[in-house]
Design a protein around this ligand. Structure first.
Ligand SMILES: NC(=O)C1=CN([C@@H]2O[C@H](COP(=O)(O)OP(=O)(O)OC[C@H]3O[C@@H](n4cnc5c(N)ncnc54)[C@H](O)[C@@H]3O)[C@@H](O)[C@H]2O)C=CC1
Ligand SMILES: O=C(O)[C@@H]1CCC=N1
Length: 271
């Protein structure tokens, strides 16, 4: 088991990972972070007891460095990290779009890098994380990352060439479900239901449907067909969804997210 872990950038994902590792049995003394906003750093230290450190301390003390800043903030962070990093330290990037080659170019020669695309259900231990090795990452490095992330959800290995698609699908995916739930609650309001009732009905339906998908192993089409009675209510709704191009909208939306992930990577090609 790796010992010390440092998260660089303790925002939503950084906090979710650190708190998940703590809940999963890691010692608080082995969990540290850097954060550019002092109020945010104080908040995390007060809430969990994690140590706020600077980049040189993180680089010296940690076996694994997890980069969790926005892709747009990566350049100054790499400037800080490069002169301090030991080539044996494993670097794990959670940043959308950023290729392992960027880190390999900017950090000491031979540093192992693993690219990860997690998602926010990490806060409830239900993340979906996809991991890919960079040029110097071995099977052992992948196992270390798998062990770390399996505490906060499921982990799959994918080739790095698939990471932009993964980002569009599962990285952003929770937002699509939240958007759908939000719209369905609005529909409840349209039909005259009290908001609290509409919320309860839709959220439990979402939980139930997700649990059926995860537990029965049935194909989504089979599960939908079981709800769709001949000349019943569901088929009337499905006809409207088809008429309004919801399926095509989803395909186009996810393609746009994939394109944006690729673009974020290209913005750092000369870095
Ligand atoms: N939010 C999401 O659903 C997901 C985010 N990601 C990726 O995770 C990364 C973090 O995303 P969020 O947590 O949502 O962003 P966030 O904005 O909540 O967190 C980023 C944190 O990094 C800090 N920061 C920025 N530059 C820094 C520096 N040089 N040193 C120390 N701290 C610094 C910021 O103050 C902020 O607290 C992004 O690269 C994003 O692409 C990946 C999967 C899902
Ligand atoms: O929207 C974003 O760029 C990040 C990456 C995946 C989910 N959130």
């Amino acid at each position: 088991m790796t010992n010390a872990i440092a998260v660089l950038g303790a925002g939503k994902i950084g906090e979710a990972l650190l708190s998940g590792l703590l809940t999963g049995g890691r010692r608080v003394d082995d969990l540290m972070f850097t954060e550019r906003h002092p109020e945010r750093a104080a908040e995390l230290t007060t809430r969990y007891g994690f140590r706020a450190v600077d980049v040189p301390t993180a680089a010296r003390a940690a076996d694994v460095i997890v980069v969790a800043v926005k892709p747009q903030d990566i350049e100054p962070l790499l400037d800080d990290l490069a002169p301090n990093l030991d080539r044996g330290t494993l670097v794990v990037s959670l940043c959308a779009g950023l290729p392992t080659a960027l880190y390999e170019r900017r950090l000491p020669e031979g540093v192992p890098v693993v690219r990860v695309m997690p998602n926010t259900p990490m806060v409830v231990g239900e993340a979906m994380s996809a991991i890919s090795p960079g040029r110097h990452a071995t099977g052992d490095h992948l196992s270390i990352v798998e062990e770390l992330l399996s505490v906060v959800g499921m982990v799959v290995r994918v080739p790095e060439s698939q990471q932009d698609a993964v980002t569009a699908l599962s990285g952003s995916g929770p937002a699509y479900f939240f958007y759908l739930v939000e719209a369905m609650i609005d529909a409840g309001i349209l039909l005259g239901l009290p908001r609290a009732v509409a919320e309860k009905l839709i959220i439990q339906s979402a939980v139930g449907a997700a649990t059926m998908l995860a537990k029965t192993g049935e194909h989504p089409v089979t599960l939908r067909e079981a709800v769709t009675s001949p000349a019943g209510t569901t088929i009337m709704a499905i006809r409207e969804l088809e008429k309004h191009g919801v399926r095509a909208a989803l395909l186009a939306a996810i393609e746009a997210a994939r394109d944006r992930s690729q673009e974020l990577g290209r913005q750092h090609e000369d870095g």
